[in-house]
Design a protein around this ligand. Structure first.
Ligand SMILES: Nc1ncnc2c1ncn2[C@@H]1O[C@H](COP(=O)(O)OP(=O)(O)O)[C@@H](O)[C@H]1O
Ligand SMILES: [Mg+2]
Length: 304
């Protein structure tokens, strides 16, 4: 559905995108995760025909950004990082305005707006002005706005940034509801969000894809089933050797009094604690998360 081919873009001496290649399949929800400045927004603005690349092309549903930008704009719904929502408009009037701008047939406008207000749970606020809305409510209207022309492709740029956890969860639920029917790109630097929603995830840094796969595949690259973190009183140089000698230990990283131990099974946890005896002050175990993959991907390439 979306084929990104060799995109490069520089701003002065900053290389925002460096030969970016990426394909998004029809009906897929692809996550692009990356730290601030990785190039996510630049890539999206090029796909949405707001910005021109220095090199490369993007095809959306068979149309090229160079030849058919207007066609592509009609196919894509875009929720920018900071949507401009015309503060003085009432919610319904704003959606009407954008429906007309996108050429939605007149007879379809009102039923479509009712459906969208319902989708984002804003029916009861339809006649209120945007400038009376909280950030979370604005984001809901931003999503409705991106959907007025019933686009095949939807692109969300950091849709939950700066929102509280409960509101973030509501926004994620809306995105989840669109899955399957639409082809979606979700840019985020929240790993849990990517893990929860995405079919595949691309890790972007310095304008290039560093790794890519399903959240499950990416997590299985962390060679551990369990990560044990210990806080240890009076750490000894001999601890590292004693612990890494155990068969289930894949790796051990010691920083001050904090020991991070990657294990391929839980069965030797008590042995490790025995080695350290009463010097163990705190114990924590967790399964590897997408965040661990992300950090190790960036670390391995010396990118942090
Ligand atoms: N209009 C611009 N002018 C100058 N530099 C820019 C502009 N847009 C982005 N950049 C730079 O390009 C790099 C990538 O930015 P961006 O695509 O916004 O990253 P992300 O969305 O992943 O945080 C950053 O170093 C950023 O400062
Ligand atoms: Mg951005």
């Amino acid at each position: 559905m979306i084929n990104i081919d060799g995109l490069s873009k520089s701003f002065g001496s900053i290389k925002a995108l460096d030969n970016l290649n990426l394909n998004v399949k029809k009906g897929e929800l692809l996550g692009i995760i990356g730290p601030n400045g990785a190039g996510k927004t630049t890539a999206i603005r090029i796909i949405c025909c707001i910005l021109k690349p220095d090199h490369g092309d993007v095809m959306v549903d068979g149309y090229s950004i160079h030849k058919d930008p207007l066609k592509i704009k009609s196919i894509i719904g875009y929720l920018p990082e900071e949507p401009n929502l015309y503060e003085r408009f009432k919610a319904r009037d704003l959606l009407k305005y954008f429906s007309e701008l996108y050429g939605v047939p007149r007879a379809d406008i009102n039923p479509r707006i009712d459906e969208l207000l319902e989708l984002v749970g804003m029916t009861h606020r339809a006649e209120d002005r945007i400038n009376t809305f909280s950030k979370g409510l604005r984001q809901r209207i931003g999503i409705a706005r991106a959907l007025v022309h019933d686009p095949k492709v939807i692109i969300f740029d950091e849709p939950t940034m700066g929102l509280d956890p409960a509101t973030s969860q509501t926004i994620r639920h809306f995105i989840d509801q669109l899955k399957g029917d639409k082809t979606i790109i979700l840019c985020t630097h929240y790993m849990d969000e990517a893990d929860q929603l995405c079919d595949r995830v691309a890790i972007l840094n310095h304008g290039r894809i560093r790794d890519m796969g399903t959240p499950h595949d990416l997590k299985s690259k962390v060679h551990a089933d369990i990560i044990l973190t210990l806080r240890v009183k009076n750490p000894l140089p001999s601890d590292q050797e004693a612990i890494s000698g155990l068969t289930s230990v894949e790796a051990i990283e010691i920083g001050g009094d904090k020991y991070i131990i990657s294990l391929n099974s839980r069965k030797e946890i008590s042995k490790i604690i025995d080695v350290l005896g009463s010097r163990v002050l705190a114990v924590n175990t967790k399964e590897p998360k997408l965040e661990d993959v992300f950090i190790s991907t960036l670390e391995n390439r010396g990118m942090r």
